[in-house]
Design a protein around this ligand. Structure first.
Ligand code: CP
Length: 309
């Protein structure tokens, strides 16, 4: 039996390097398959999605991934159109959706929401973003993109820039990177430094520096991972306005980077990467978004097929 069969994906902390490498191999396998063979992988299976927060990439890449491997999707992307509006609980909503599908994808603003849902659901649950704590499938696509573009992860110098306090992708990525031998530099405004209570475990596996000054590191970095300042999670708009636009990757900064440095971003972006960068060979964030579809197809194929594919 394949080790991912029928399992939830709640936290990236549940995975080790061997498992990442297996997922990367299956992702590459999916990418290499011809479309008709690919459509056999989840033929007749149904994915349901339940999104209590907005999404473009995560929800649509899951739908697109499921279609590409022969399955179908149904779900709730606008919670105001669901019976949640009548007061139905998350628990009952999850229970019902797990009756109608083979796997459930959940995004919810509360930390712990996916873990809670997995205890209710009779089908595997995938965390598509829970509060400010985790976005594990984003980290898998990020690690896959780094490996694909740089041909390795060990030995790289990786800068993570922007909103390190509220950006949940950062916490999952750091946990994932803890399985590799990398140098990480965290660069953020003082008020958006990484939450020390949330990285207690990560510190045991990963060494990193913290700074407010991107220019001190930019020349050395192999990977520049930029994040959006998460306005919606600030308790006070005044505080957001103080840090808005703190770091902007433009052509001036690009000149200081290594020639083969790659620029990643989980997206959506606002003004933190200028549009001029998009056409450069260093910009890999749209490729990263495309890889999200392939990594998610591989994960769905592995969870829904006892013997893999
Ligand atoms: N990266 C990401 O989670 O994007 P969405 O919010 O659009 O899903």
């Amino acid at each position: 039996m394949n080790e991912f069969y029928n399992k939830d994906i709640i936290s990236i902390k549940d995975y080790n390097k061997d498992q990442f490498e297996k997922i990367f191999d299956y992702t590459q396998k999916i990418m290499n398959l011809d479309p008709s063979s690919r459509r056999e992988i989840c033929k007749g299976k149904t994915l349901s999605y339940l999104f209590y927060e907005p999404s473009t990439r995560t929800r649509l890449s899951f739908e697109s991934a499921m279609a590409s491997i022969g399955g179908n999707s149904l779900g709730i992307s606008d919670i105001s159109s669901s019976s949640t509006q009548k007061g139905e609980s998350l628990a009952d909503t999850v229970k019902i959706m797990s009756i109608y599908s083979d796997i459930l994808v959940l995004r919810h603003p509360l930390d712990g929401s996916s873990r809670f849902a997995s205890e209710i659901s009779t089908k595997p649950v995938i965390n598509a973003g829970s509060g400010t704590e985790e976005h594990p499938t984003q980290a898998i696509q990020d690690l896959f993109t780094i490996k694909k573009e740089k041909k390795k992860i060990d030995g790289l110098k990786i800068g993570i820039i922007g909103d390190l306090k509220y950006g949940r992708t950062v916490y999952s990525l750091l946990s994932g990177l803890g399985n590799y031998d990398v140098n990480v530099h965290l660069i953020s405004p003082e008020s958006l430094r990484i939450r020390s209570d949330s990285i207690y475990e990560i510190r045991k596996k990963l060494s990193f520096t913290e700074s407010t000054n991107l220019e001190d590191y930019i020349e050395d970095l192999d990977v520049i991972y930029v994040t959006r300042i998460q306005k919606e999670r600030f308790p006070d708009e005044e505080e957001y306005l103080k840090v808005k636009g703190s770091y902007v990757i433009g052509l001036d900064l690009l000149k200081k980077m290594k020639d083969d440095a790659i620029i990643l971003h989980p997206l959506p972006r606002l003004d933190e990467i200028s549009n001029d960068i998009d056409k450069t060979k260093n910009a890999k964030y749209f490729q990263q978004a495309e890889n999200g579809k392939h990594t998610r197809a591989a994960l769905l194929g592995l969870i829904l097929n006892e013997n893999g594919f």
